[in-house]
Ligand binder design. Structure first.
Ligand code: NFS
Ligand code: SF4
Length: 649
């Protein structure tokens, strides 16, 4: 069994893990132990189940067969498997994006009291960008045309995705040259599945470039549409203060946890839990109020827009239920453990599944449809009030641990904060980078994975980056980890950041680590980079910018897709655990070297978070040197490698 301290660095998680151990309740960590040694063929990408002459397992090194029954080599099998992972990740984010667009159409047609256009400025900006006339038209009319245009992006048969126009010219050229211009979203996913079936594409290079193209339909397609339309529908986030960790659960209130991904559900829950009639019902049953909190990315969505507290990240979904204080946990899609339903046997908690796409055994299934969202939301609150009356106070254990944070940063907010509301601009950021006050920008994103102590890699990596003058932007469970660790506060600048980054944070009043939202909001990083390029002076394409990306504790196929669209967009990415490709030297080389030639960026695998942060810093320093930018303005703990090399020469 993994040592206690190897399971998490979060004190709230450790407290709950002790409780789980004492009660002999299994968690993901125990189930990982129960797997014993995980299959090497699977880990290295060498297992193929694409037809039933197989399943086949191959090796390059003569440990076993070197080809599948059909003759597929390790290179082919590994590349094919990677493309399938990426198609799945793209499908997940994009299907989420599609639901948001459908909700926009419901709003535009006035079919729901809860969905309305709350981000008018964003709607107008998008309309202008996509050539939709605003002359004499209502917001709903504009939204309807926008919604239809964006919905068509999913089923598009010809031509390329409209959002690719947002990318710098150099990226667009790279994509055209490598056959990587993303076309219709659904089309790329289907093509990816088709070409990886038995006896279609067997050229690993061709497969990997198709994987890049498929990933790009996520980043510049499904995810970007998801982010943009969420901003239109639910309002654009603005910086706000909130709280995070299990201590946000309340002993004397009805606790409802949302877990999953789509804000169509969670945003309506915000309204339902504030409904005066329902609050009165809760009080009548002895509760002081109704407390809404969240887990994972759907929590990030309502944190960003409403300041709703976050109870925890991915590996805390079970630990939250261990508190015995959760009356209802409602789940929709993605990153939801099937194991959650088992907690209903030990606790009064009711798990309610809400997506027509995802049912879980032994849950109350209340499918959420846009048209009837409000009724369903109210029903869920009533279920929670009812469950509250059955809560066993003797089993309640809420760790007294929570932390303040600031969230709500977006591409638009960053330019407003830096340039001021009336002259929003990225100029001050580019200036700070050019002067060496800020060394560069890093995106640190992604999941928890019980193979690493929960949150440890996120915290160590981000601390190493900011103390070395790298501004960090975050999404997903990584942002929650750093929120819990106290890094998403302006005060963290004084405590952890280098002197130059401190000066910038103090001048504009921001934390050294900016929370940009959920995992689909990684698309905000792409559009922010496009702004940095457009502002000028730090590179005229993504691959020239002093920026880098990382996912130190990743576990999801979605994370592979995100990494791939970053790399294919020219932003190099370091991840903790390797991709499942180590069975093919060709594929490893292609991802970590050859992709540079195609897109100006590569993948790297580095499980040690500090070493990984230093690789990102080296990369940023190389980009700075290529742009003839000066070294960091102040002395830094991890000095630029090229300067050290020059000094010893
Ligand atoms: Ni992202 Fe969000 Fe978290 Fe990983 Fe899962 S919640 S979409 S996949 S685990 S960061
Ligand atoms: Fe084996 Fe080829 Fe079938 Fe894959 S496609 S299972 S390698 S025979």
């Amino acid at each position: 069994m993994a040592e206690r301290k190897q399971r998490s660095v979060d004190p709230a998680s450790l407290e709950m893990l002790d409780l789980a151990a004492a009660a002999e309740i299994q968690t993901a960590w125990d189930r990982l132990d129960a797997q014993k040694t995980q299959c090497r063929f699977g880990r290295e990408g060498l297992c193929c189940r694409h037809c039933f002459m197989g399943p086949c397992r191959v090796t390059e090194d003569g440990r076993g067969a070197q080809q599948g029954v059909c003759g597929a080599t390790a290179d082919t099998i590994v590349a094919r498997n990677l493309l399938r992972h990426i198609a799945a990740g793209t499908a997940a984010h994009s299907d989420h994006g599609r639901e948001i667009v459908r909700a926009l159409l419901v709003a535009a047609e006035g079919k729901s009291p809860v969905y309305q256009i709350r981000g008018r400025a964003k709607l107008h900006a998008l309309a202008d960008e996509f050539g939709i006339s605003r002359e004499g038209r209502s917001d709903n009319e504009i939204a309807k045309e926008l919604g239809k245009l964006l919905l068509d992006e999913f089923g598009k048969q010809d031509g390329e995705l409209v959002n690719t126009r947002r990318a710098p010219e150099a990226q667009q050229k790279n994509w055209a040259r490598s056959g990587g211009v993303p076309r219709g979203i659904d089309r790329e996913v289907v093509t990816g599945l088709h070409t990886t079936t038995m006896g279609v594409d067997s050229d690993p290079e061709h497969l990997l470039l198709a994987a890049a193209r498929t990933a790009l339909t996520d980043g510049w397609g499904g995810s970007m549409i998801g982010t943009d339309v969420s901003d239109v529908l639910f309002g654009q986030p603005h910086p706000l203060r909130a709280r995070v960790n299990l201590g946000v659960l309340k002993k004397d209130e009805v606790n409802i946890l949302v877990h999953g991904h789509e804000p169509t559900l969670s945003d309506v829950m915000v309204a339902a839990t504030r409904d005066p009639a329902l609050l009165a019902e809760a009080r009548a049953k002895g509760a002081k109020g109704i407390n809404l909190a969240g887990i994972c990315c759907t929590a990030n969505e309502i944190l960003m827009r409403h300041g709703v507290p976050i109870a925890g990240n991915f590996l805390q979904q079970e630990l939250a239920l261990m508190t015995g204080a959760v009356d209802v946990m409602l789940v929709d899609v993605q990153c939801v453990f099937p194991a959650l339903t088992e907690f209903q046997r030990c606790f009064h908690t009711k798990v309610i599944s809400t997506s027509p796409k995802a049912d879980f055994r032994e849950t109350l299934h209340l499918p959420f449809h846009e048209e009837t969202a409000w009724e369903t939301a109210k029903q869920i609150v009533r279920e929670a009030i009812d469950a509250f009356t059955r809560r066993e106070q003797g089993k309640v254990h809420i760790p007294d641990i929570q932390q303040g944070l600031v969230a709500g940063f977006t591409k638009e907010v960053v330019s407003e904060i830096l340039g001021g509301r009336y002259r929003p601009s990225y100029r001050p950021l580019n200036d700070a980078i050019q002067a060496g006050r800020i060394r560069g920008v890093a995106g640190v994103v992604g999941c928890n994975n019980p193979k690493f102590p929960q949150d440890e890699c996120h915290l160590a990596m981000v601390k190493e980056l900011i103390r070395n003058e790298v501004l960090v932007v975050q999404t997903g469970c990584s942002a929650i980890a750093c929120g819990k660790g106290g890094l998403l506060t302006p005060e963290a600048a004084e405590r952890y950041a280098g002197k130059g980054l401190q000066e910038v944070c103090r001048a504009v009043g921001i934390p050294p680590v900016l929370h940009l939202g959920s995992c689909v909001d990684n698309s905000r990083i792409l559009t922010a980079c496009a702004e940095m390029v457009a502002e000028g002076g730090i590179g005229d394409s993504f691959d020239k910018l002093p920026v880098a990306g990382a996912a130190p504790e990743w576990m999801s196929e979605k994370a592979i897709t995100i990494g791939m669209y970053f790399v294919a967009s020219g932003i190099s990415v370091v991840i903790g655990q390797s991709l499942p490709v180590e069975g093919s030297q060709f594929v490893v080389n292609f991802l970590t070297r050859t992709l540079e030639k195609h897109f100006g960026a590569t993948w790297a695998f580095e499980p040690d978070p500090v070493a990984a942060a230093r690789r990102m810093i080296d990369h940023i320093d190389r980009k700075r040197a290529d742009l003839s930018l000066p070294p960091p303005m102040y002395e830094v703990p991890y000095a630029p490698q090229h300067l050290e090399a020059a000094a010893t020469a």
